[in-house]
Design a protein around this ligand. Structure first.
Ligand code: 5GP
Length: 192
């Protein structure tokens, strides 16, 4: 069990970099991690399930929750698309003395760090290059070329925040095992 004071591990970085693959590895290998399900106003992708991948909300519901102060952090990550972490989602996990795993964007991650301090461990995951990221997004085939360009612009901005993170991990294409080994080492050192 977790004998340290950590309540949260955050994986942040650009879309398509492998954050969710690494988060799912932790969920499978360690029983004290639970996934913090974010809320979003974007449409579900094929294969995504409401209340499992995200709480899919209408813009009206999302804004109502902002007014009710139900979010720990929220952001308009892309124009017209809102994402946020619900307070009760995290409390549900930490009340059981489990650790919440977040898959959120860079600014959201740093907001969490500001609020939770040493209780949160924030990991910035980046690809080996911008080109490698674009190739992965194109191969995933879930975004239009315009959306891919938006994600690229955002990533270039996000890179300027990398030195604010507890750990910077490069997830090279085809080398997920090496990234997984680094994550396991973090867990052994900071969460056990
Ligand atoms: P996607 O639409 O690809 O699922 O997510 C787009 C971006 O929003 C990703 O970088 C993802 O990590 C981020 N994101 C997902 N949930 C949250 C959240 O609760 N808060 C913030 N700030 N970003 C989030």
């Amino acid at each position: 069990m977790n004998s340290q004071n950590k309540k949260i591990i955050v994986f942040a970085g650009p879309s398509g970099v492998g954050k969710s693959t690494l988060a799912h590895m932790l969920l499978e290998e360690y029983d004290f991690f639970n996934f913090s399900i974010s809320a979003t106003t974007r449409e579900p992708r094929v294969g995504e399930t409401d209340e499992v991948d995200y709480h899919f909300l209408s813009k009206e519901d999302f804004h109502q929750k902002i007014s009710n102060d139900e979010f720990i952090e929220w952001e308009e990550v892309y124009e017209g698309r809102f994402y946020g972490t619900l307070r009760n989602e995290v409390e549900k996990i930490t009340d059981k003395n489990n650790i919440a795993i977040f898959d959120i964007d860079v600014v959201g991650a740093l907001n969490i760090k500001k609020q939770y301090g040493d209780e949160a461990y924030v990991v910035f995951i980046k690809p080996e290059s911008v080109e490698a990221l674009l190739t992965r997004l194109r191969n995933r085939g879930t975004e239009t070329e315009e959306q891919i360009q938006m994600r690229k612009d955002r990533f270039v901005k996000e890179l300027s925040y990398e030195n604010k993170f507890d750990y910077i991990l490069t997830n090279k294409t085809g080398e997920i095992e090496a990234a997984q080994e680094q994550i396991r080492a973090i867990i052994e050192k900071h969460f056990k």
